[in-house]
Design a protein around this ligand. Sequence first.
Ligand SMILES: *[C@@H]1O[C@H](CO)[C@@H](O)[C@H](O)[C@H]1NC(C)=O
Ligand SMILES: *[C@@H]1O[C@H](CO)[C@@H](O)[C@H](O)[C@H]1NC(C)=O
Length: 191
Amino acid sequence: MATQFLILSLLIFCNTITFTTAKDTNTGFVGSLDPKTLGLKKTHSFSHFRFYFHERFDGSDPTSVFVIPPLPKYNSTTSFGTVGIMDNALTVGPERTSKVVGRIEGIAAATSQSEFNLLVVLTFVLTEGNYNGSTITVLGRNRLSQKIREIPVIGGTGVFRFATGYAETNTIFIDPKTRSTIEYNIYVSHY
Ligand SMILES: *[C@@H]1O[C@H](CO)[C@@H](O)[C@H](O)[C@H]1NC(C)=O
Ligand SMILES: *[C@@H]1O[C@H](CO)[C@@H](O)[C@H](O)[C@H]1NC(C)=O
C-alpha cells in the first residue's frame, strides 16, 4: 500500500516536473512536454504523395463553384476579387475513373491586381488505409502563369500532426467552362 502510494506520488511528481520545466513557468498556462506523451516518434518521416483532383464547373452538380464572380471594375485578366469553393474527388491517377483516395476541400481567391494568382486554402482529406481520417493543409500563393506552382504545407491532423513541407501543383487539363484535372505532389515531413 505504502509502496503503491510512493509510486503514485512519484508518477504525479514526475508529471509535474515535466509540465513545469518550460522557461516561462510563472505564466500558469505553458509547460514543456515530452513528445512521447503525445505518442510521437523521435524521428520524422519524409513522404511524397501524388494525387490528382477533378473539378466540374458545369452541369447541375458542379464541384468547384464561384461564390463571388469577377468584379467588372477590376482588370478582367487578373479576375481580382473572385472567390471560389471546391469539394473534389482525389484520385491516385490522372483519369477520372481512377481509384478515389480522398477529397480536396478548399477556397481559392484571386488576390493579385497584376496577374492571375490565387490564394488557395486546401485541405486534403484522405480516406485510405493508415491515412483514413488524416488531413494535410496547403495554404499559399498559386501563381497560375507558371507550369509548376509551389505552395507551402502548413500542417495537418492525424498522422500529419506537426507536418511541414511543400506541394507542387500543375494543371493537366482545364476547360474553364466544363472541367479540369490538377496534379498535386506533396512533399511532407511528419512523425
Ligand atoms: C490587365 O492586366 C494585364 C496584366 O498586368 C495588362 O497586360 C493589361 O494591360 C491590363 N488591362 C487593362 C485594361 O488594364
Ligand atoms: C475510413 O474510415 C471511415 C470512418 O471511420 C470508415 O467508415 C471507412 O470505411 C474507412 N475507409 C476505408 C477505405 O478504410
